[in-house]
Design a protein around this ligand. Structure first.
Ligand code: NAD
Length: 472
């Protein structure tokens, strides 16, 4: 698969970012490492992109997004292989991400056709009876989209799809650790007829991201990544719209009347999908005391049976973390929790970037492992007596994204769902369920905006009112 979009990037005086396979360190590809010096040229191209996208009628934006979806589908096997190679996801996980990306693009096409504005009921206000009018959804202008490494294709589609549907120009800075799927997606959009300036690729590191986000002419920053980066961006952004999709520390509640076999299966997947590098990955499993021992035994047995290793093998359940450094940092967080009194039930074994599925219990609630996002294949088990206790435990961290609850009793599930502080509560699913059309985002600290195509589209457009006063 060639990446023609990169030919447009300025390469002469730039060094390259070499993308390496996290599992075996082999060379996967390279992209130009643009720097702060490239920002004026990037902005000039993006300015033209803003003009060109706003000039595309809705049917053209929709047709381009649909055609891009078709091209991704046609190239699905190559996309999946690229995700495996650059991000270390297993083949099955990568295939699922490609399918979701196709859906995200199709949903964006629908939004372009459908969501043009609303009639304003002026006559609902006394004295305004002589007026009629509407609001339309207008492009914001230039959007800077910054994405992380863990879903290197679909999270990019979640920004480009709604932005294009809304008629905006985009400066896209994908993760420097896994930028190739994003570049290939941009190729598909261009091959589908998108004027090349509409999405300007800005491959580079944090310095480039910082310079782009501080540019005054940028109307919105759509960021997905970690809290520390989000806080940096918020400090330097100035007066522009911010959408922040940050981390989680998801709890799952397992009640005594749950269907145990299915619950264990779902919790194992929730904890170790994408080697735990998943913002809605299950980090804390809270189990009712009367079934704790049985749940723990079954959960550990199922965890130990996971096939860990080469992610390109069709039978692999879990691949490496993104870098050896990330795996070493995880080892450190777990070592800290153990020093603070936790008990290790399995794992805490590392080979390069491969960090084996790790389960702990008795974790001190002041430890990093309990309070912060670990973003690694590590999960904590904890027992509770009453549903009130479980909800209080679930809500302890200062931020959250998703939660899950397993029970056959809908009344208890709904009682808990109302009280759990999360952007989404999954009943009889782990925290790790997402449908790309639903509103998706955080609760509590750092929660700014929602993704999910319709919601991102609405964030990426601005209402403009036209009001007609009947001549009297
Ligand atoms: P990260 O914050 O390290 O990097 C994300 C992006 O920000 C990269 O492209 C990086 O180059 C860029 N960046 C770094 N410093 C910057 C700065 N000062 N200014 C502008 N851009 C800058 O995140 P990561 O390690 O790639 O991804 C993991 C994090 O992403 C986790 O915390 C995870 O929970 C979060 N995440 C959230 C969601 C969600 O939808 N809520 C989805 C996936 C991942």
């Amino acid at each position: 698969m060639t990446l023609s979009s990169l030919a447009l990037a300025k390469t002469a005086e730039n060094t390259a970012i070499e993308v390496r396979n996290p599992f075996d360190g082999s060379h996967v590809g390279s992209v130009p490492c643009l720097t702060v010096a490239d920002v004026p040229a990037l902005l000039a191209t993006a300015r033209e992109g803003v003009r060109r996208c706003a000039a595309l009628p809705r049917h053209r934006r929709a047709a381009i997004l649909e055609e891009a979806a078709r091209r991704v589908e046609q190239d699905a096997a190559a996309f999946a292989a690229l995700i495996v190679a650059e991000a270390g996801k297993t083949l099955r996980q990568a295939q699922k991400e490609v399918k979701r990306c196709i859906n995200t693009l199709k949903l964006s096409a629908e939004e372009a056709r459908r969501n043009a504005g609303e009639v304003v009921p002026f006559d609902a206000y006394e004295g305004s009876e002589s007026r009629q009018g509407w609001f339309s959804r207008e492009p914001l202008g230039l959007i800077v989209a910054i994405t992380p490494y863990n879903d290197p294709l679909n999270l990019v589609a979640h920004k480009l799809g709604p932005a294009i549907a809304g008629g905006n120009g985009v400066l896209l800075k994908p993760s420097e650790l896994a930028p190739l799927s994003a570049c290939r997606l941009v190729d598909c959009l261009r091959e589908a007829g998108l004027p090349s300036e509409v999405v300007t690729l800005a491959t580079g590191g944090a310095d480039l991201g910082k310079a782009l986000t501080s540019a005054r002419e940028v109307r919105m920053i759509s960021f997905t990544g970690g809290f520390v980066t989000g806080e940096h961006i918020a400090r330097t952004a100035g007066l522009k719209k911010l959408a922040m999709d940050l981390g989680g520390n998801a709890p799952v509640l397992v009640l005594d009347d749950c269907e145990l076999e299915a619950t264990v299966e779902s919790c194992v997947s929730g904890a170790f999908w994408a080697a735990g590098q998943n913002c809605i990955g299950t980090q804390r499993i809270l189990v009712q005391a009367s079934i704790y021992a049985e749940f723990r035994e079954r959960f550990l047995a199922r965890t130990r049976a996971l096939v860990v290793g080469d992610p390109s093998r069709p039978d692999s359940d879990m691949g490496p973390m993104i870098t050896e450094q990330a795996a070493r940092a995880t080892e450190q967080v777990v070592a800290e929790a153990l020093a603070e009194g936790a008990t290790l039930l399995c794992g805490q074994r590392r080979e390069g970037a491969l960090y084996h599925p790790t389960v702990l219990e008795g974790v001190d609630h002041r430890s990093r492992l309990w309070r912060q996002e670990v973003f690694a294949p590590v999960v904590v088990l904890e027992s509770f007596e009453t549903l009130e206790d479980a909800v209080a435990l679930a809500n302890e961290p200062e931020y959250s994204l998703h939660a899950g609850i397993f029970t056959r009793d809908l009344r208890r599930a709904l009682w808990a769902a109302r009280r759990i502080e999360a952007g989404g509560v999954m009943i009889n699913d782990s925290s790790d369920y997402r449908f790309d059309a639903m509103p998706f985002g955080g609760f509590k600290y750092g929660s700014l905006g929602r993704e999910g195509v319709r919601f991102a589209y609405e964030d990426m457009t601005q209402p403009k009112v036209v009001c007609i006063n009947e001549l009297s």
